[in-house]
Write a protein of this length. Structure first.
Length: 385
């Protein structure tokens, strides 16, 4: 669709892309409408992703992974999921592999890695990360969920909300207060297993969009979490979150551009076929100009994100860059969603049309992974040093 050649990928990457595209066409797209009704994807789909090597590709071979440290493969999977228009899967699957798993791989004890990574790679265990609380959204320092040291274990109490993959989750990275008197330095990360007594889940939320995503609330009532489930060092959880959030925000940005491209592609097909006043909608200047504007913006966004993926592969992506990408691309996604619905007219408001789903799904992208207002604050901190 776009004019600028992409220099990021080689022949092996493109072969991988085709295998991902074929898998999505066979195992995801045909089932997405049913998953939307069920408010979650199927567990079977997770296992099929695992069987095909699409989960936790970066995990070492001894833990069941492929030991692929080239993030371009992860980016391809994110991109192709977005281009399918299946927004729920496009968020849930990458969150598991590219947001949850890195915490365990980078900070987990050998016992924790052995207990959880093989199952996450195979799709038998589904991962989630729990930061947001009912009374504290982007303000992580305001969280109240506590983990009290009991010698050989922590006693965790509290609740988390808006948790992606929450209802199906088997292992959750939970941000807790181990020392409420120390602010950010009192935050730690622990792994909570769904089998642990006292851990429970609310029903999947009735959301405006992302209907195939099992977002829910999590509850912790005197949950005994063994010490080997502490990630890294006690009191350094906030630092770990700030480090890993750069990749999380890049993941959101990549999905945003791909979902924007999906909407534009769907709209291009629609305006060529739809007639008004005895000619195609694509013949009207307003239509042509809107399509040109979106194409130019998405092409710039795609090349921008390609460069950030390259920087990330080289270890040079900093949090402010990732915040800028998340902010810019999700704003663009929402703008494209609005324009594409408008070009569809009344049909753009019908759920059977992909742009209607994509419109409803897009809005939350500017909220989770840190609101776009927080993204601007993080950018400002860097430029005003």
């Amino acid at each position: 669709m776009f004019g600028l050649p992409r220099k990021l990928f080689n022949e092996e990457h493109e072969l991988f892309r085709q295998s991902v595209r074929d898998f999505i066409a066979k195992e995801i797209t045909p089932y997405n409408a049913e998953w939307e009704k069920q408010k979650m994807v199927s567990r079977e789909s997770w296992k099929k992703l695992g069987e095909n090597g699409f989960l936790g590709m970066q995990a070492p071979e001894e833990l069941g992974g492929l030991n692929i440290q080239d993030f371009r493969y992860n980016a391809i999977l994110i991109e192709e999921l977005g281009l399918s228009g299946c927004s729920g899967p496009a968020i849930g699957y990458p969150l598991h592999s590219d947001i949850v798993m890195p915490y365990i791989l980078h900070y987990g004890t050998p016992e924790a890695k052995q207990n959880y990574i093989p199952g996450m790679v195979s799709g038998d265990l589904i991962g989630a990360v729990a930061m947001t609380e009912p009374g504290a959204g982007s303000d992580l320092q305001g969280m109240r969920t506590s983990a009290v040291d009991q010698g050989d274990h922590y006693l965790v109490n509290g609740s988390k909300t808006f948790i992606t993959n929450g209802y199906l989750s088997d292992v959750v990275v939970v941000a807790v207060k181990t020392d409420p008197t120390k602010g950010a330095k009192g935050i730690s990360l622990v792994l909570v297993d769904s089998k642990m007594e006292g851990f429970s889940k609310g029903k999947p939320f009735e959301k405006v969009g992302l209907h195939a995503q099992d977002t829910c609330e999590l509850f912790f009532e005197d949950v005994k979490v063994p010490k080997e489930n502490l990630l890294g060092k006690e009191g350094e959880g906030f630092k770990y979150l700030m480090t890993e959030l750069a990749q999380e925000r890049l993941v959101v940005a990549l999905a945003a551009v791909a979902l924007g491209e999906y909407m534009l592609d769907s709209t291009l097909s629609y305006v060529k076929e739809r007639k008004a006043f005895n000619k195609s909608l694509s013949d009207f200047q307003n239509t042509r100009f809107k399509l040109a504007e979106m194409t130019a913006a998405l092409e710039q966004g795609r090349i921008y994100c390609d460069y950030l993926v390259q920087l990330h592969n080289e270890g040079e992506l900093d949090p402010a860059m990732a915040s800028a990408a998340k902010y810019n691309m999700t704003e663009l996604q929402c703008k494209v969603a609005d324009e594409c619905v408008q070009l569809h007219g009344g049909y753009g408001y019908m759920w059977e049309y992909g742009v209607a789903r994509a419109y409803a799904d897009a809005r939350v992208q500017r909220i989770y992974a840190g609101t776009n207002e927080i993204m601007k604050e993080l950018i400002a901190r860097k430029i005003l040093k």
